[in-house]
Design a protein around this ligand. Structure first.
Ligand SMILES: [Cu+2]
Length: 335
């Protein structure tokens, strides 16, 4: 049986997409005020006072190496693309401050997890200014956030997207069955800051990233091979929960884990949307889900979007399952 034990499963080999590598930046494609800028990532700030949560983020221009030696001068939240994971509780009031460090372009924040008049509360923050907006997270789930400044497609496709998890007040019915949990985000990249390619073209890369739910977990950008080179880890018999979010901007995701069946799925991460026994979960752009599955044998389990043209462009990651959940070598040739 081919490919069941190799840590470099060749059936999921991602080439360097040479025939369609367009993300390479050239100075002429970088707008003048961004040329030479590479702002250090600034950590997300979250402080809690009862059910009031104070979230402080930056919009900033930071180089992301989508693939080796191919930097992309991304428009980001906090220097990450996707941006940092935000986690709050159902019912929390979010006091959100955006500090716009971009010297030339306004940016904004649209949280899909809240009710708010967009023209007021998702409003543009001007270059080198900051503003604060308040709203409540009234629904639990896995939600997208993104910059909503026009043209929105440029802002999202250049890197201004991320995930906010709103934890349900009463939890999920399967909480006590879950052994391991991770976050997986899918996004795609286009020719650098090329609105025509973003509008009419095909993605150059489609990628998965993970964001740390707790200290010690990996936290990656949406770059090629990050979850192939360093697979997520689990132990034989573990029930794994993934918080999955497809931030697009344009493509849907047919999220699937090879070698298992989803025991429990919560569409958009809401405990009321509980489904059983699914093979593939359709995530519209912006859509989220929680998927839970059991890994019964040692091996490498690919996570893909089952739109395999996107796997060719990078959309694959691995969960490595070992007897003790540590990153041990898998036995060669083991079936
Ligand atoms: Cu923006």
């Amino acid at each position: 049986m081919a490919g069941c034990s190799s840590s470099n499963d060749s059936s999921f080999e991602t080439k360097d997409v040479d025939n369609h590598v367009q993300a390479e930046e050239s100075e002429s494609e970088v707008i003048k005020p961004h040329q030479g800028i590479n702002q250090e990532p600034i950590p997300l700030q979250i402080k809690r006072d009862g059910t009031d949560v104070y979230v402080e983020m930056t919009s900033q221009i930071t180089d992301i190496e989508i693939q080796k030696d191919k930097p992309y001068k991304a428009w980001t939240f906090n220097g990450e693309a996707p941006g940092p994971l935000v986690v709050v509780n159902e019912g929390d009031t979010i006091h959100f401050t955006l500090k716009n460090m971009d010297p030339s372009i306004p940016h904004s924040m649209d949280f899909h997890a809240v009710h708010a008049a967009p023209n007021k509360k998702f409003a543009d923050v001007m270059p080198n200014e900051e503003d604060t907006f308040t709203y409540q997270a009234s629904y639990p789930g896995v939600f997208m956030y993104h910059c909503g400044t026009a043209p929105v497609l440029s802002h999202i496709a250049n890197g201004m997207h991320g995930t906010i998890i709103v934890k349900p007040a009463d939890g999920y019915p399967t909480d006590n069955e879950v052994d391991k949990e991770y976050v997986i985000i899918q996004n795609e990249w286009y020719k650098y800051n090329d609105l025509d390619d973003m509008t009419n073209g095909e993605p150059s890369q489609v990628v998965f990233s993970t964001k740390a739910l707790e200290q010690g977990q990996p936290n990656t950008n949406g770059v090629l091979n990050s979850l192939k080179d360093e697979p997520l880890l689990a132990k034989v018999g573990d029930k794994v929960r993934l918080y999955v979010n497809n931030v697009g901007p344009n493509e849907v995701s047919s999220f699937h884990v090879v070698g298992t069946v989803f025991d429990d799925v919560y569409i958009d991460g809401n405990p009321a949307n509980h489904m059983k026994g699914l093979q593939t979960v359709m995530l519209p752009t912006s859509g989220g889900a929680i998927v839970e599955f059991t890994l019964k044998e040692e091996g490498m389990y690919p996570m893909v979007t089952h739109q395999f043209n996107h796997v060719q462009k990078g959309a694959v990651g691995f969960i490595k399952v070992t007897a003790d959940g540590k990153d041990n070598d898998l036995e060669a040739g083991e079936h």
